[in-house]
Write a protein that binds this ligand. Sequence first.
Ligand SMILES: [Zn+2]
Ligand SMILES: [Zn+2]
Length: 330
Amino acid sequence: MAWSADRARCIFSNSLNESTLHVSPGVPPGNGAGLDDGRAGIRLLLNAARRTGLPLRSTLDDLITTLFPSDCRVCGDSLLRSTILPICDSCRVAVPAQTMAMCHCCGEALDMESARFAGQFPAEGLLCYVCRVLPPMFERAVAYAVYQDEIREMIHLLKYERMGGVAKLLGGFLAESILTLQAEAARELIVVAVPLFPAKQRQRGYNQAQLLADVAIAKLRRLAPDWRLQRLSGVLLRRRDTRSQFELNPRSRRKNLEGAFAVDAANFPIGCEVLLIDDIYTSGATARECARVLRRDGAHKVWVATLARAQYVRVAMWDSDSMHAAQGFG
Ligand SMILES: [Zn+2]
Ligand SMILES: [Zn+2]
């Protein structure tokens, strides 16, 4: 039978969640003329879709991944089974949670010797230089992992390769991170995902922070059934597009975000506690700015949870670089 876009669409179903097609050991993936013909047909269609930029592309990507085992998109090793999510078992479990000494407020990795030298002790709650000099408007920011290695690749797949299914895995990590806030935060939290500029969200097809938040909330309903987390859409708005924070120095990051966010006051429950969700905490400038406008417009407290956090080599807190960085934060 000839392969067509309609046929491909019929085969593909959104209900295919993490379903697997096991491959017998020793049998090469796609063995057999029929499968080879099918694969060639799909690949032709996929190439055509890529040239034209049709939305068919992501559907066929998922379809091929499901039917024909490929390589792990994170480490490149061959997958022994085919799944919607082309990430091997090793990479799925190779994302360690952060365990180093961290600033109690923003989660920056701390040099313990420098902290002792500065007269801070764990019982007091360690704070980094930036949080002591310019306290943010949020209570605490937690992040599951350091932004590096496997999780860095997975976030890249989620944001730039249209692999929304990765959120199912990553949202579970995020839930573990959010759980560390349970003792301090209110019993009812309004969950707000950091918004994308509308044009960027249309281009990407989704807001990755929203996907992560929804998966995490679903998991937390099982882990902490008494904790009421409700995600609200549209309360935090992105008024203009901004450059990636990674491209900028600390001073430019604050400038980049000036006026970028606004709260829709008509839909915002005054006096609530907010849990702000994002995929990456880079310098903290985005979290600080979002927390500032949320507090200004009525939030009682803001908590922040991200999947991953950039931890810089600059862990000696009292040097001139840190001073300079502190001046760049907003
Ligand atoms: Zn892998
Ligand atoms: Zn800090």
